[in-house]
Design a protein around this ligand. Sequence first.
Ligand SMILES: O=C(O)CCC(=O)C(=O)O
Length: 327
Amino acid sequence: MSGSATFSFTAVETLYVDTCVEGPDRTTVRRLLASWNSKAFRPVVVPSRVVGVKITPVSVHVGAEVSDVDLRALTAEQAAELAAAWGEYGVLFFRDQELEPDDHIVFAEHFGSIDVNKFFQKVESHPQIAQVLKEPDQKRNIGSAWHTDHSYDAEPARGSILVAREVPPTGGDTLFLSVAAAYDALSDGLKTTLLSLRARHSNEHVFGKTSEHPKQLNGRFENPELTGGAEHPVVIKHPVSGRPCLYVNRGFTTNFVGWTEEESAPLLEYLYEHTAQPEFTYRFSWEEGSIAMWDNRSTWHFAENDYHGHRRLMHRITVAGEALASA
Ligand SMILES: O=C(O)CCC(=O)C(=O)O
């Protein structure tokens, strides 16, 4: 046992003490070490910096709240624990964090390189950060349809990390759901059919020259000439958890490969209705300093547009992902 390790004593009660800290805890450590031979405590060495991160699931299928952590001072061990929890719960929520844009970038880079969105307006001083903004005079917001980010890319983004900068007095929640749970709930027959399919995803109808969206968003999208698309399996194997996940979404999927859009529409519509059932979802209410980081392979999200007349400003960083394999 080295002086810099943390000891977890498990006996009548569980107690975590970091031997690095000075003061009363040092006394506690000495007292506990003195009782070592009395068998009152069973010492277990655990990595010290992991201690303190608390992960509490917020719903049956999706999301966990993380507390007792300062994201400005994240250690590699804590980042590894968060990465595992991210894969398991799909979305991680944090409260009362004080991340400046530079901190936001450092935090995101614990999980991969930054995949800068080509279409969103950027924070002027930090072009790696996209602005998700609705002004009081705007009627339309970004993201008010179930979707997952960047599914139109050949290597879709692993996840997105959204920091609340300005929130309306009420409303402006974001809903999340688990596409793994939605897939699990399908019949074996439909699962077999879906496992044989691929789908095409495109962003032309959202960010392209003829799309109405950029106009309705006061020109807040850019680079309409950079639109494109990609094909992916309809059921992917999640790169971290290995769980099968339904990988189509209302925002960007256009058709099953080899099927016309007209032929694809009824089955896609069935999957969208099935997946958006409340039992698979969780609603997150924002405060300034709240953060949500969602996994784009295992979740969808939906930004409520119920706060007309108020400003809502979020900063988003998208973390790069990889090509997706079939389940
Ligand atoms: O503003 C939000 O809550 C989510 C926005 C969104 O849908 C996105 O960034 O993809």
